[in-house]
Design a protein around this ligand. Sequence first.
Ligand SMILES: *[C@@H]1O[C@H](CO)[C@@H](O)[C@H](O)[C@H]1NC(C)=O
Ligand SMILES: *[C@@H]1O[C@H](CO)[C@@H](O)[C@H](O)[C@H]1NC(C)=O
Ligand SMILES: *[C@@H]1O[C@H](CO)[C@@H](O)[C@H](O)[C@H]1NC(C)=O
Ligand SMILES: [Cu+2]
Length: 200
Amino acid sequence: MRFTLASAALATIAAATSASAQTNIQVQVGSNGLSFSPSSVNASVGDTVSFVFFPKNHTVTQSSFAAPCQPLASGIDSGFQPVAAGATTAPSFSLTVNATTPLWFYCRQSSHCESGMVFAINPTADKSFATFQATAKASSADGTPPSAASSPSGSTASSPSSTGSGSSSTSTSSPNSAITTGARAGGLLAALGLAAGILL
Ligand SMILES: *[C@@H]1O[C@H](CO)[C@@H](O)[C@H](O)[C@H]1NC(C)=O
Ligand SMILES: *[C@@H]1O[C@H](CO)[C@@H](O)[C@H](O)[C@H]1NC(C)=O
Ligand SMILES: *[C@@H]1O[C@H](CO)[C@@H](O)[C@H](O)[C@H]1NC(C)=O
Ligand SMILES: [Cu+2]
């Protein structure tokens, strides 16, 4: 009896913890060549994904699975985030995940997407990060996906407004007041410290 009650209490605590946990997932943009690190993440509804920009001049831009290197209409876009080599501060951009459906992103700096600079949230076995990145690398310089590998995107593209929201460190007003965690420019060391803290 005592054991049963204790187990029930622990189960309740575990359920409450998992239901309320809101993780901030850190992603580095361009810290390791033309790539996102990590290149894909699993996120739960309510989680935030924070992108920290490293030198060069990258973006985080939402696309579709079928056309990795083309912007999704009304999708999330950080805009260009130029960072000089040797800079001591880094801009950041964050978005809130509010659906478990896959979300697809790329960097729209010239030729970066075609080099494979893409990122995914909640890819699936069917729509894998590997396939998404392969499609990106096979895209034309203007971002057109290879016709053989593409399928009509209209039926599969989800409405960005229903899958996430973003905020930028560079915008002065947020297009969506529902955002709870905004991005702001911060010290690179502070941002990395936060990442380390979360890992701990
Ligand atoms: C995400 O979840 C899938 C399926 O559960 C798993 O195979 C994959 O390794 C996970 N990816 C990461 C980055 O945790
Ligand atoms: C960043 O890249 C964009 C697009 O190529 C360009 O228009 C912009 O001038 C660049 N910014 C800097 C500071 O280099
Ligand atoms: C997702 O986020 C957007 C913007 O914050 C919001 O309008 C929408 O209602 C959210 N959707 C869900 C399912 O929570
Ligand atoms: Cu880039």
